[in-house]
Design a protein around this ligand. Structure first.
Ligand code: ADE
Length: 225
């Protein structure tokens, strides 16, 4: 899979691409991730990418030209173009699964002050990572990329994401490691029993209990389509 990201702040991606599971996935060629500087596509002699908005108002607006040219350059037949914006559809695990089956994603990071409305026409999908406003789409694009890359074949053990929160619209069950008792808090007996049928039953029960208590909205099941 290939993921191309269009941004005004390429430096923000350095740590993200060079650490942990993402770095390993790149090294092992499970994914190719390219960061493109929107400014490089500007035809303006000062590499300007934004301007005042028509009609007046605070803030600079990202101009269409650099983004249209970048998409013309990078979009191929099997490319899905995603625009990161708080006005997009809410990002969910189900969408992470669907996107992990694509061949090529081109992610456009929106601008803190806004982008020319015509840029929307380039996107196959507009995605929001939550009902809050970030200074730009960069962190959002990293969130989306991270959640997709970990689902790609061979990036983490299959079993690790089979139990993820949100699969089956349920939160994950609690897990414990050594020691068996810490500051008076004990590991539940059942986990030490060696009885795997009982352990599975307990884990399922915990998933349901936890979801009922913390995220009853998930149990309606329609949020993750
Ligand atoms: N850009 C700014 N805020 C965002 C959000 N919540 N989701 C996606 N992109 C964004």
């Amino acid at each position: 899979m290939k993921i191309d990201i269009l941004t005004l702040f390429p430096e923000m991606f350095k740590g993200f691409l060079s650490e942990s599971i993402i770095a390993r996935a790149i090294k092992e060629k499970k994914v190719e991730i390219n960061i493109y500087d929107i400014r490089e596509y500007s035809k303006d002699k000062h590499k300007k990418v934004d301007d005042y908005q028509f009609g007046g108002g605070e803030g600079m607006v990202l101009m269409p030209q650099p983004i249209f040219d970048a998409v013309d350059d990078l979009k191929k037949e099997d490319t899905k173009v995603i625009l990161m914006t708080p006005q997009g559809i809410p990002y969910k695990q189900k969408l992470a699964y669907n996107l992990s089956n694509e061949k090529h994603l081109l992610i456009i990071c929106g601008h803190y002050e806004g982008f020319d409305e015509r840029i929307r026409s380039l996107a196959d999908m507009e995605v929001s990572i939550g009902d809050f406003v970030l200074t730009g789409g960069e962190l959002a694009s990293m969130v989306v990329t991270d959640s997709i890359v970990r689902l790609l074949d061979g990036v983490i053990k299959d079993a690790s994401h089979q139990n993820d929160s949100f699969n089956d619209n349920l939160l994950d069950y609690p897990v414990y490691t050594k020691p068996r008792e810490y500051r008076g808090m004990k590991v539940p007996e059942v986990l030490l029993s060696g009885n795997h049928a009982l352990i599975d039953e307990w884990r399922n029960k915990m998933k349901i209990e936890r979801t009922k208590k913390r995220r009853p909205d998930l149990l309606k099941g329609d949020l993750y389509e």
